[in-house]
Write a protein that binds this ligand. Structure first.
Ligand SMILES: [Zn+2]
Length: 471
């Protein structure tokens, strides 16, 4: 068998891995994840370029989790002829129903907006073409087939798969794939998927696995150590308290899936522990609202602390005003709020969606604060803010950045270098090979050095995109 790295190679988005070869004497061809590239013009051309093989030849796809950079091109794959099953956990399937439709809708809306401008002679360059339609996204959902954590299933002769909790977002799975060899022994390949932080507030720890022949590990924060949780919390409380005291707004760009719910839970928890006063919170993202409802459904899968916080909130709803903004008019009305609002909105990297409007209104005022809590890929607006741009361009106009920008890394949904090493330490003997993916080059290299020095493992590779290695 061979693995080909088709994305998330020396970058953080576009996760997709093609596995081909013989197992148990039969030819196999399947994909792990099929994500979208995000950030910059280059991403558009990479997303629309054809797959190296005929999609109809793929037997099945296994999905680690629902984030668009891992799942976002699935409707396109299905529309191009892939007819097999897409295996994932039940919570991932529930999230995909929301996320893939949202993704299709955003692309269609972008196209329609550009077309209108084009007809008025106000559009320069090529029109954005949707990668797939809403109908194609709905069709693709019919190919999902779910298995819960720890239930071994066999998608094809000679292949067994098991999902383990990755503690990253709802339903996120570390995926172990056992492939039968000529001697009838099984070789195990483990995909970390995206790994959550250990001892993160309100989330499960990533499960430890004990054996693997090959590991494919993410390295988003392979170069970083998150601040201690208590420091992170202090920092977050300081920003909120100071901004509200000076009658500013706090704008928090957040991924609608995972991050928004964590921030809501954290804010409730901080009020519960009397670290923050009564707050006016607006969650302005229809998808975040839908996912928050889903999170309530899946509450029993979250840790005890999350359940306690939720139970407290149900009894103390008057301690905060938590509003979910439904329509666009209500969202626009938020632009008139001059102070005292906590606005959580998507997209997480500030590339699209309602957050862009909130930034336009809130960035030019020095009383306001922007709190960045998630990873910002190179080329995104979020990254330019983190890199302290003084002026940004929104809707064709210059917007001065006068609000304070705070990056609070300790709230990340990704394990830091220490967490990644801690997860690797769970393996009782060194694997034959480790491939480090899903990180910018420096992050991947520093994780590689840490694995060498702290674990003494050899045979580590940071694959280039499209390269092929034996499994
Ligand atoms: Zn993710």
């Amino acid at each position: 068998m061979h693995i080909q790295f088709l994305g998330a190679s020396q970058e953080v988005t576009g996760s997709k891995y093609l596995i081909q070869g013989k197992a148990a004497g039969i030819d196999h061809c399947f994909m792990v994840d099929y994500g979208m590239f995000q950030g910059g013009k280059e991403a558009d051309s990479k997303n629309s370029s054809p797959l190296l093989i005929d999609p109809a030849k793929l037997d099945f796809v296994v999905l680690t989790h629902a984030h668009i950079d891992h799942s976002g091109l699935l409707p396109r794959l299905c529309a191009q002829g892939f007819k097999g099953n897409i295996y994932c956990t039940p919570a991932t399937a529930a999230l995909l129903k929301i996320m893939l439709l949202d993704s299709a809708h955003l692309q269609e809306a972008d196209h329609e907006r550009a077309l209108r401008k084009h007809l008025q002679g106000r559009w320069k360059g090529d029109l954005p073409i949707p990668l797939y339609s809403t109908i194609q996204a709905i069709d693709c959902l019919a190919q999902l087939k779910t298995f819960p954590f720890h239930q071994v299933f066999s998608p094809a002769n000679g292949i067994r798969i098991e999902f383990f909790d990755a503690g990253h977002i709802l339903g996120s799975a570390i995926t172990a794939i056992d492939i039968q060899q000529h001697n009838n022994q099984y070789q195990r390949t483990v995909f970390s998927g995206d790994l959550g932080m250990f001892e993160r507030p309100l989330g499960n720890n990533p499960e430890l696995l004990t054996n693997a022949d090959t590991i494919i590990i993410e390295s988003t924060y392979g170069d970083r150590l998150h601040r201690k949780l208590s420091d992170t919390e202090d920092e977050f409380v300081d920003v909120l308290t100071n901004t509200i005291k000076h009658n500013g707004n706090v704008v928090i760009p957040a991924f609608a899936v995972g991050r928004t719910q964590e921030i809501i839970f954290l804010l409730i928890d901080l009020i519960r522990r009397k670290r923050l006063p009564h707050l006016n919170i607006w969650v302005d993202s229809p998808m975040a609202t839908a996912v928050t409802q889903l999170t309530e459904e899946y509450l029993p899968q979250l840790d005890q602390e999350a359940q306690d916080v939720y139970a407290w909130y149900q009894k103390n709803t008057s301690k905060l005003d938590l509003r979910f903004v439904a329509d666009v008019e209500e969202s626009k009305a938020l632009n008139r709020v001059k102070g005292g609002a906590i606005i959580i909105s998507a997209s997480g990297m500030c590339e699209a969606g309602r957050i862009v409007h909130h930034l336009k209104w809130n960035l030019p005022h020095r009383n306001n604060a922007i709190v960045i809590t998630g990873f910002q890929a190179a080329g995104t607006l979020g990254r330019r803010l983190v890199d302290q741009a003084k002026i940004i361009h929104l809707f064709g106009k210059e917007v001065p950045v006068k609000a304070s920008i705070h990056t609070i890394g300790g709230l990340s949904a990704h394990a830091d270098q220490e967490g990644l090493i801690r997860w690797l330490k769970g393996f009782q003997s060194p694997p034959k090979h480790v491939y480090i993916t899903h990180g910018e080059p420096n992050a991947s290299h520093l994780l590689m050095k840490a694995i060498q020095s702290q674990l003494g493992w050899e045979h580590l590779t940071i694959p280039q995109v499209n390269t092929i290695f034996p499994l």
